[in-house]
Design a protein around this ligand. Sequence first.
Ligand code: SAM
Length: 259
Amino acid sequence: MTDMTQGVAQDADQNTTHFGFRTVNKDEKVGMVANVFHSVAAKYDIMNDVMSMGIHRIWKRFTIDCSGVRPGHRVLDLAGGTGDLTAKFSRIVGEKGQVVLADINNSMLNVGRDKLRDLGIVGNVNYVQANAEELPFPDNYFDCITIGFGLRNVTDKDKALRSMYRVLKPGGRLLVLEFSKPVLEPLSKVYDAYSFHLLPKMGEIIANDAESYRYLAESIRMHPDQDTLKGMMETAGFEQTKYFNLTGGIVALHRGYKF
Ligand SMILES: C[S@@+](CC[C@H](N)C(=O)[O-])C[C@H]1O[C@@H](n2cnc3c(N)ncnc32)[C@H](O)[C@@H]1O
């Protein structure tokens, strides 16, 4: 893949981390990510459909298919944003189950809550504003946790994975759906051109915000690749970890169990 990160600071130390290609203090990042999602919340769903040409729906469908979630289960849709996964899980778990849509950002949560209510999804869904690094739930609580396109934005990903491990029941599974590293070189070139040139333009036209979509492209390149993320899950305690490349590795679904 063309290394678009060349020439940018890559040496985050103990006190610093990455915000896209920029190196920033760890305590600054959370506010910067918050600004991105406050800014895009209202147009988030339409941008997702346009920029992925609807393919994000297939990635999310695959995530649901790999979840093993059944009626009566308790599911955490972490960094759940506007609630696409929550909506699907709510129908599967039924009235005896529970889905918690948790997100750090109240603008995203509000858009999600309004959308799900408009879809008639009430009763088994709870909305919680929470940081993935410090989940406010009891130990061994959820049958399944999903984090869809969220982990990339978290400052301390290892801490967040440990937090997810703690609140997952023994036998439960974690699914991390995230942008990853394309496995085919020709695909990488097209993808780079698309994400660094077209994406910010689309962001400007549709969401009046080119900068947030530039951050999206950059944050994808800085995110750990498939094998690195698999190793991070194992370090956090997850077992039988495995990943599935989707759309040539543009996205990967990582699965791991707590035993
Ligand atoms: C790209 S959106 C994904 C939304 C949804 N899961 C989806 O797939 O459409 C990323 C979400 O992660 C949330 N987020 C970012 N950092 C977070 C954190 N530390 N803890 C919880 N949520 C976080 C953002 O507020 C945002 O709603």
